[in-house]
Design a protein around this ligand. Structure first.
Ligand code: MN
Length: 289
């Protein structure tokens, strides 16, 4: 199945078939993790890649979710994203987020990303074939009803509440800087040739400046973490309408990935959807393995 799909991609590229003739999903190139009814992660190769440098992590207690989008030659991107995730969860495992105040939460997450950055830098220094590897990165911690995210690069967090869909994070990208300075409109930024240029990544930048965002969650709120493979092909309006179609978190996550591919998404695409429940409800949820 896997080899067949790669041949199909090569053939369709050569013949320049319109993108809407490509199947929305290629079985075998997609991985779905749904540990229980309130959490689902989907990662897909995308229509133009023969390997996946995105990675995600879901902790057992739902208190930590990570999405990373690696980059680097000779598949070093896969090493960078997996390595940064491993460094972060082992760093945070030793530091329980529950009960700490907002400032402590901020500091802990920034320290965790600094630590992951150093881990990727050190690994790259030790292996010639990994030189220049890096990863964009977002870690979200759920501490009671507090959502705490920390990111570097253009991976994003969205929060869907009764009031609508809010983009929680700001991209660390060249076009985002221009939008902020009023030199480019949001719509111009989406199609700009430099839209893929990020201003910082773990392992790549000399210095990183991880950015923390904090929100208070209400039962029923949905948190989405995603790589740019979702948000390059889809704008916020398309994301919001896809989410409004409802269903389980698994339905939502799969639908978002499908929409990115239907829109011609070439890049690896990763989406995690988490639904916040009231405390009692959280505990009574049946776990699937
Ligand atoms: Mn990407």
């Amino acid at each position: 199945m896997y080899e067949g799909w790669k041949r199909f991609l090569r053939r369709s590229r050569r013949s320049k078939e319109p993108q809407d003739t490509l199947p929305a999903a290629a079985p075998g190139l997609r991985r779905v993790a749904a540990p229980h009814a309130g959490l689902c992660a989907v990662t897909d190769f995308g229509l133009g890649r023969d390997h996946n440098e995105d990675a995600f992590y879901l902790s057992d207690g739902d208190d930590l979710i990570i999405v990373a989008d690696g980059m680097g030659g000779h598949r070093a991107g896969e090493v960078a994203s997996e390595l940064a995730i491993a460094a972060t969860f082992s760093f945070l495992k030793a530091r329980d987020g529950a009960g700490q105040d907002e400032d402590a939460s901020r500091r802990t997450l920034v320290d965790a990303l600094e630590n992951a950055h150093q881990a990727v830098v050190r690994a790259a220094l030790g292996h010639d074939e990994w030189s220049g590897m890096g990863t964009t990165f977002i870690a979200a911690r759920i501490e009671g009803d507090r959502l705490c995210t920390c990111h570097v690069g253009d991976v994003r967090c969205y929060l869907k509440t009764r009031d609508g869909l809010e983009q929680v994070t700001t991209d660390h990208s060249v076009v985002e800087e221009w939008v902020r300075r009023g030199e480019l409109s949001r719509e111009e930024a989406r199609v700009h040739p430099q839209r893929h240029e990020i201003t910082q990544a773990l392992g790549k930048s000399t210095r990183i400046r991880p950015e923390v965002s904090i929100r208070t969650l209400e039962p029923g709120d949905q948190v989405v973490l995603c790589s740019d493979g979702l948000t390059q092909p889809l704008d916020d309006r398309q994301l919001a309408s896809s989410m409004d179609e409802g269903g389980t978190v698994e339905d939502v996550a799969l639908r978002l990935v499908d929409r990115a591919l239907e829109a011609g998404g070439e890049d690896n695409v990763t989406v995690v959807v988490y639904e916040y429940r009231a405390e009692g409800e959280q505990d009574s949820r049946a776990r699937r393995s």
